[in-house]
Design a protein. Structure first.
Length: 231
């Protein structure tokens, strides 16, 4: 989709040994990069309701902030920064992780939901869905949606494939479960984009200012589709 950048984060904290952890000050600077250039921030649910469902062309430059797994530091560090700039994001929850050490609990999730944060599913147990049986994959996809909807009292429309692992059978299950969108952070070239394979840009600890600017440039996808791998 033109003029759209979907950013994929995980932990927002100061763990310098975790490659998937982004420091809060870096997270804020990256958000400001877009805001200073008059990009608009939406959630995935906004994207679906305002543009995909009514089949409208996306107007203006738009970015979406997504965070995977549901780490507690999303509440402690990312959430205050989002509120500071009056922004919302989409957080993908692993249902079995909720309330466990280092992960969000339901009280924190409810507070974020009341502010306007969207919560999507990252399955039940964060297993690679092509490496389990189809009935197990179906349970991961369907039951996580049911539990989130029962708890949050709202429709869960977005799904994130654990570890970016999917195939046609898995995407069909996601669609059949009633999700409207699914995202993937491509680790290989040749993925055809659709509502159930929306491509994201993975942001990690090693993305300094220069590297971040390259990742969100139009040249990044061109490089990704070649034999050169940039993660």
């Amino acid at each position: 989709m033109k003029n759209l950048k979907i950013l994929a984060y995980h932990s927002i904290g100061s763990n310098s040994r975790d490659i998937l952890s982004v420091k809060p000050e870096s997270f804020e600077k990256q958000i400001l990069f877009f805001l200073k250039r008059n990009w608009r921030c939406l959630t995935l649910k906004d994207l679906y309701n305002q543009y995909i469902l009514p089949q409208k062309e996306l107007s203006g430059k738009t970015f979406i902030i997504t965070l995977d797994d549901g780490y507690k530091d999303n509440y402690l560090y990312a959430f205050p920064i989002l509120k500071k700039y009056h922004l919302r994001a989409t957080i993908f929850l692993v249902v079995d992780f909720i309330g466990k050490a280092d992960f969000l609990n339901w009280e924190e999730i409810f507070k974020m939901q009341n502010y306007g944060i969207e919560f999507g599913s990252h399955a039940l147990f964060h297993r690679e869905l092509t490496k389990v049986s189809l009935p197990e994959a179906e349970k991961e996809i369907f039951d996580s949606k049911r539990i989130l909807e029962e708890k949050l009292k709202t429709e869960t429309i977005s799904f994130c494939y654990p570890m970016g692992d999917f195939n046609e059978e898995v995407t069909r299950l996601v669609e059949r479960a009633g999700y409207k969108l699914a995202v993937v952070t491509p680790c290989k070239s040749g993925i055809k984009e659709s509502n159930f394979t929306l491509k994201r840009i993975g942001i990690s600890l090693k993305d300094n200012n220069l590297r971040f600017k390259f990742k969100i440039s139009k040249f990044f996808n061109l490089v990704k589709e070649t034999k050169f791998k940039i993660t």
